[in-house]
Ligand binder design. Structure first.
Ligand SMILES: Nc1ncnc2c1ncn2[C@@H]1O[C@H](COP(=O)(O)OP(=O)(O)O)[C@@H](O)[C@H]1O
Ligand SMILES: [Mg+2]
Length: 228
């Protein structure tokens, strides 16, 4: 599903943001990525979306070889990857329903299909009753749940989350992680960058630790690694 072979990314010459990364994530996995600020976590996500190109090395996502993918095929790659960010990135002048539907209109789905999908997503994140609300009328946790619904509306096979609970209190953080776990149980491959070690310890998922652009550990059940 996701393969990196000896991937290096240098923004400017000097210390690379990613330095010789080898990584393999299978279909259906749930993976945490942890590590200090500046260790290369967001860069990894940008490479998977092909927002950036690797300086060297090979990247495959869903059997697509990203080094060689044409501009024309980029939308098809991006449709198959949902993304969630720390700062939600909702459209402030659209209500919840339209924020989610907007992601589908981009791919020109018929309105009846859009309605069914949007409502299914809202139900999954527990926000059916808020479909008319605007982002500024929602709590941070609710806004992030809308962002997750939007990320999933085109049924991507992969969901990438870059510090999705970075702006949330512990209770809302847990709520978001439980939703991500449920999404994974329904078959989506989920990769979550986080600093929330309490949650990483408790959820016991595969956990990759990065430092200075390298993977310094990759353990099957995060909780055991961080326990004394
Ligand atoms: N657009 C950029 N231009 C130059 N350097 C960058 C850019 N984005 C990130 N970096 C550098 O790359 C390294 C990794 O950054 P990043 O991937 O954002 O780390 P993390 O998400 O783990 O905090 C850092 O040293 C950062 O300063
Ligand atoms: Mg980052």
């Amino acid at each position: 599903m996701i393969i990196l072979e000896n991937v290096t990314k240098e923004y400017t010459s000097g210390t690379p943001a990613l330095n010789g990364i080898d990584l393999r994530i299978e279909k259906g996995e749930f993976v945490f990525v942890v590590g200090n600020s500046g260790s290369g976590k967001s860069t990894l996500i940008k490479l998977l979306l092909k927002e950036l190109d690797a300086t060297s090395g090979k990247i495959y996502v869903n059997k697509k070889y990203l080094n060689k993918i044409t501009r024309k095929r980029l939308p098809s790659l991006r449709r198959d990857i949902g993304v969630v960010f720390q700062d939600f990135r909702l459209l402030p002048d659209r209500n919840v329903y339209d924020n989610i539907a907007f992601a589908m209109k981009v791919v020109e789905a018929p309105s009846r299909i859009i309605r069914g999908r949007v409502l299914a997503m809202l139900s999954m994140v527990g926000l059916l009753d808020k479909y008319k609300s605007f982002p500024n009328e929602l709590s941070g946790g609710e806004q992030q749940r809308v962002a997750i619904a939007r990320a999933l509306v085109n049924e991507p096979s992969i969901l990438l989350c870059d510090e999705p609970t970075g702006n949330l209190d512990p209770e809302n953080s847990w709520e978001i992680m439980k939703i991500l776990d449920e999404i994974n149980k329904r078959g989506t491959t989920v990769l979550v960058v986080t600093h929330n070690m309490e949650i990483v310890q408790a959820m016991k998922k595969r956990t990759i630790t990065m430092n200075n652009g390298k993977i310094i550990s990759d353990v099957e059940k995060g909780g055991y690694f961080y326990e004394d």
